[in-house]
Write a new protein. Structure first.
Length: 115
């Protein structure tokens, strides 16, 4: 009998790699909210870490959140009543996280910072 092959695990990101991505964005500063590091643009939070779950939480549009959770519930989780998505860092690549961070940043940044 032949065993089914398992797909190799996806290469994920560390908190340090995720932090470097978010801090490279224009006008971003690191702060703290409820005992967890967060990231702000002009004092408005758009991302943060959840150490207990090895996740990064990002601001997201409700429709996008629903689609992401349905497509990959192992990577994405609904947090904070449908306005934020929890992303398991061990299951996401750099390009995808960079895109999600950019979307969260654009949704939060003042128009004077937008390109």
């Amino acid at each position: 009998m032949r065993r089914a092959r398992r797909a190799p695990p996806r290469k994920g990101l560390t908190e340090a790699q995720a932090r470097a991505l978010v801090l490279a964005m224009p006008g971003v500063t690191e702060g703290e909210h409820m005992g967890h590091p967060d990231f702000r643009v002009r004092d408005k939070i758009f991302a943060g870490f959840n150490h207990a779950r090895s996740m990064m939480n990002l601001k997201v549009a409700p429709a996008a959140l629903d689609a992401m959770v349905r497509a990959d519930p192992q990577t994405f989780q609904d947090v904070w009543a449908g306005r934020w998505v929890g992303v398991r860092l061990a299951r996401i690549g750099k390009p995808q996280l960079r895109e999600l961070l950019a979307d969260a940043w654009r949704a939060t940044a003042p128009k004077t910072l937008l390109p």
